[in-house]
Design a protein around this ligand. Structure first.
Ligand code: BGC
Length: 400
């Protein structure tokens, strides 16, 4: 009990610190009401092989009753989350353990079990596979631990207490809107679509957001889908069921892996004719896959120009945008997500319900949620959105 009270006080201090630290940022702060719903369960792809927890971040100071589990160190998206958590917590002089799951659900489970053994009271977890992670959430619940789903929703369990996320419908909608705006009044534009991993609930929400904007422009002849027979079969439908989305995603998934994205783009371009190329439009789900797909399109002599989307404002893609090699990205300010996650942890430790601005259905329950807004960024506003706000340093980039 003493530890719990002490940890709670520690967290309260951290939360005040973070709220103060974030106060001056030019980041978007006004959450919109969540609109996405879960629907049918996403296909699972749990991988085998037990493994020990990987390296933790720690610093001197008071131990927190909170453990954080992130999906992979291979993507700057998640190392940035780690850095922002550390930045927020270390500055306040506290210790927290952050474990990475190396895109492996078995490793993720081992990480959670290790944190349970260490006596955490709140688990902040971004699942590798939303459905497979239900078992870890259940284990944590049994041990009396509160579970916060971070960025990605854990599905098909009632053992999720809270969901901290971005407006993921808006992510897909902004990507699609960018393509629509660039196409203008032209017709019959070749459209190539790609999606995230089917094991990630977000991939469905991003796609849902994009489809809502693209479908009317496919119906009116602005775009012609070139790389998905499933999407073509469903192109008359304004709203798709989760099963229908799963069919399309199954055909155009990058699995959030640049290599997979590259191979798929290559095979798509091999399968299409010169007439399907020319000036093309590409819905790429995030920055890491966008660069892989973009490089592939750039290498095809029959592609005259391409407009390509992204997401995350990953440093390498920000340079690509400055260099004109990627058209846009969707900026998701990780500082806001970290702040929201810590505020939620503080509330849960005090046995209070964190402030929710809506809910997301995870296939089993409506999980109370908070979501933060996102910003569409291209060459025209990259400086204002990412550098003037102090998010990135101009000295790390060329050509600005
Ligand atoms: C996140 C994205 C990220 C992707 C791949 C999604 O769940 O929301 O920001 O790019 O996973 O890791």
């Amino acid at each position: 009990m003493r530890t719990k009270v002490f940890s709670f006080i520690a967290l309260l201090m951290i939360a005040s610190f973070i709220l103060a630290a974030c106060g001056g940022a030019a980041a978007p702060q006004t959450p919109a009401a969540p609109t996405a719903s879960g629907g049918a369960a996403a296909p699972t792809a749990a991988s085998g092989g037990a493994a020990a927890p990987t390296a933790a971040t720690s610093s001197g100071g008071t131990a927190l009753a909170v453990g954080i589990v992130l999906p992979t160190k291979d993507e700057t998206r998640w190392t940035q989350d780690e850095a922002r958590f550390k930045e927020a917590l270390d500055k306040a002089g506290y210790q927290v353990e952050i474990l990475f799951s190396e895109k492996d659900s078995a490793k993720e489970k081992a990480n959670v079990e290790s944190l349970i053994t260490k006596g955490i009271k709140v688990l902040i977890i971004c699942p590798v596979d939303g459905t497979a992670a239900a078992a870890s959430a259940d284990e944590a619940r049994k041990a009396g631990i509160k579970v916060i789903s971070y960025d990605r929703l854990i599905r098909d369990t009632d053992a999720v207490d809270y969901y901290v996320t971005f407006d993921s419908i808006a992510v897909g909608a902004q990507q699609a809107q960018y393509l629509v705006d660039k196409a203008g009044t032209t017709k019959n534009n070749p459209l190539y679509i790609y999606a995230g991993a089917a094991s990630d609930n977000n991939a469905f929400i991003f796609f849902q957001g994009a489809w809502g904007v693209l479908q009317p422009k496919i119906a009116d002849g602005t775009f012609v889908i070139k790389n998905s027979s499933e999407a073509i079969a469903l192109q008359g439908k304004a709203e798709l069921t989760r099963d229908e989305e799963a069919k399309i995603i199954g055909q155009v998934t990058t699995n959030w892996a640049p290599d997979t994205a590259k191979t798929l783009a290559e095979s798509n371009l091999t399968a299409t004719t010169t007439a399907d190329k020319g000036n093309v439009f590409v819905l790429a789900p995030n920055d890491d896959t966008a660069r892989a797909i973009g490089d592939t399109f750039a290498a095809d002599k029959d592609i005259k120009s391409f407009v390509i989307t992204g997401q995350d404002a990953a440093p390498a893609s920000v340079q690509y945008i400055i260099d004109g090699k990627q058209s846009m990205t969707v900026f998701k300010d990780v500082r806001t997500l970290v702040k929201d996650a810590i505020s939620a942890a503080v509330a849960l430790l005090a046995n209070q319900a964190p402030a929710a601005k809506g809910s997301y259905n995870n296939g089993k329950i409506d999980v109370p949620a908070i979501q933060s807004p996102v910003i569409s960024v291209d060459k025209a506003n990259v400086k204002a959105a990412l550098f003037d706000s102090g998010y990135y340093k101009t000295s790390d980039y060329t050509g600005l």
